[in-house]
Write a protein of this length. Structure first.
Length: 347
C-alpha cells in the first residue's frame, strides 16, 4: 500500500513536492467548496516530476463528458502521463443547486458519461445515443473529436461512491474506487461488491479518503477534524444526504440528526461540537504516530492500494508535519513487519 495526499489549493505545490520527496504514490485534488480540481492539478503537475496526480474527484454535473475528456487529456500531457481521472456524481442538492443539472438515475447517467469520456480519449469521433447523452444531437453533423492525441487512450478512471450499486459500477467500468468516511471494516464490506463483479482486485485501485490529525492529545487532534465532518453531514437535505446516510448506517444516526439540525439552523459551532469522537476515530487517523501506525496497517490489510490522507491543518507547516508523520508511521509499520517476517523465517 502506498500513501496519497489530498491537497488544498493554497498549499498544493509545496505539500505535493514534500509528498513526492517522501515517496508518496499519489497527490489528489478535491473539488467543491473552495476550488476546482483541474486548475490546481495543472500547477502541481508543473512543480512535481514523479508522483501520480488525480482528481479526487471532479464533479460530473459540472462538466460535459467531452470537456472532461479534453481536460483529462491535457492534464495527462502536462504531467507526462501521471494523471488519473477521478469522477463523482456529487449529490442532488449540489447537482441542482450549483449546476442546474438533473440528478435522476445517477448511475445510468454516470455509465454513459464514462463511455463518452473513454470514446473521446481514444481519439475517436464521439457518437453516443443514450438516454442521458445524445452526441451529436439529431440534425447536427459535427461530432466531437479531440484534435490533440492524448498521452494515453487507457487513462485510468476512478469512480467515487458509497453504496453497493456505485461500487459494482466502479468495478464494471472503472479502474478504481475513491471512498469517503471509510473505516477499514467498511472498506472490507464495500470491496465484496467489487469482487462480485471482478472476481478479484487485481489492477483495481482502492483509494479511500481518510482524514488525519497528528497530536499526542486525542481530543486536540480530533478538534481539527470536527468542522470537516459537520460540513458534510450537514450538507443539503438529510433525506438525500449521502454523508448523513453514511453516518446513520454506521450507527451514529442520533448524532447525525443533531449535527444536521444545528447546521440547518445556522448553528455551525453547535454542529461541530456535536460530531462524536467515536465516529471520527473509526473513519480517521487520530493521535500520535504510535497510535496512527497500526491503524494504517489495518487499511493495508483490507485491500487499500493508496491511502488518501485528507490533511486539514490550517497552515502549511502543519500540513507538512502531518505528511511527514504519516510517512514515519508507515515506515515504522513496514520495519516491524520485516522484523516479524525475519523471526518467523528463522523459527
Amino acid at each position: 500500500m502506498k500513501l496519497g495526499v489530498f491537497l488544498s489549493h493554497e498549499t498544493a505545490c509545496d505539500v505535493a513536492q514534500e509528498a513526492e520527496r517522501l515517496g508518496y504514490g499519489m497527490a489528489l485534488v478535491p473539488e467543491g467548496f473552495r476550488s476546482d480540481a483541474p486548475t490546481v492539478l495543472g500547477a502541481v503537475a508543473a512543480h512535481t516530476r514523479r508522483i501520480a496526480l488525480a482528481s479526487g474527484v471532479m464533479q460530473v454535473p459540472a462538466r460535459t463528458p467531452v470537456m472532461t475528456a479534453l481536460t483529462a487529456a491535457t492534464l495527462d500531457g502536462l504531467s507526462g502521463g501521471r494523471f488519473r481521472l477521478g469522477l463523482g456524481v456529487s449529490n442532488p442538492d449540489v447537482s441542482l443547486g450549483w449546476y442546474g443539472a438533473p440528478f435522476n438515475e445517477p448511475l445510468s447517467r454516470l455509465r454513459e458519461y464514462v463511455a463518452v469520456v473513454r470514446t473521446a480519449l481514444q481519439g475517436e469521433p464521439v457518437r453516443h445515443s443514450g438516454r442521458h447523452y445524445r452526441l451529436p444531437p439529431e440534425g447536427t453533423e459535427e461530432a466531437a473529436h479531440l484534435a490533440a492525441a492524448p498521452v494515453r487512450a487507457d487513462l485510468p478512471i476512478y469512480l467515487a461512491g458509497v453504496r453497493p450499486g456505485s461500487l459494482r459500477l466502479a468495478a464494471e467500468i472503472a479502474d478504481g474506487w475513491v471512498g469517503v468516511f471509510s473505516s477499514p471494516e467498511r472498506i472490507a464490506r464495500s470491496l465484496t461488491h467489487v469482487r462480485e463483479v471482478r472476481g478479484d482486485l487485481d489492477g483495481f485501485e482502492v483509494v479511500p479518503s481518510v482524514p488525519i490529525a497528528v497530536a499526542d492529545d486525542l481530543e486536540q487532534a480530533a478538534d481539527t477534524l470536527r468542522g470537516y465532518y459537520a460540513k458534510f453531514i450537514g450538507l443539503g437535505a438529510k433525506e438525500r444526504g449521502i454523508y448523513f446516510a453514511l453516518a446513520t448506517d454506521m450507527g451514529f444516526g442520533e448524532d447525525a440528526e443533531e449535527i444536521h439540525a444545528r447546521y440547518a439552523a445556522g448553528d455551525r459551532m453547535g454542529a461541530v461540537r456535536a460530531v462524536p469522537f467515536a465516529f471520527m476515530d473509526r473513519t480517521a487517523l487520530i493521535g500520535p504516530v504510535s497510535r496512527i501506525a497500526p491503524r494504517i496497517a489495518e487499511y493495508a490489510a483490507v485491500g487499500v492500494t493508496t491511502l488518501g490522507l485528507t490533511v486539514l491543518s490550517r497552515t502549511l507547516e502543519g500540513q507538512l508535519a502531518v505528511v511527514r508523520a504519516a510517512a514515519e508511521a508507515t515506515a515504522g509499520m513496514a520495519a516491524l513487519a520485516d522484523q516479524r517476517a525475519g523471526r518467523s523465517g528463522g523459527e
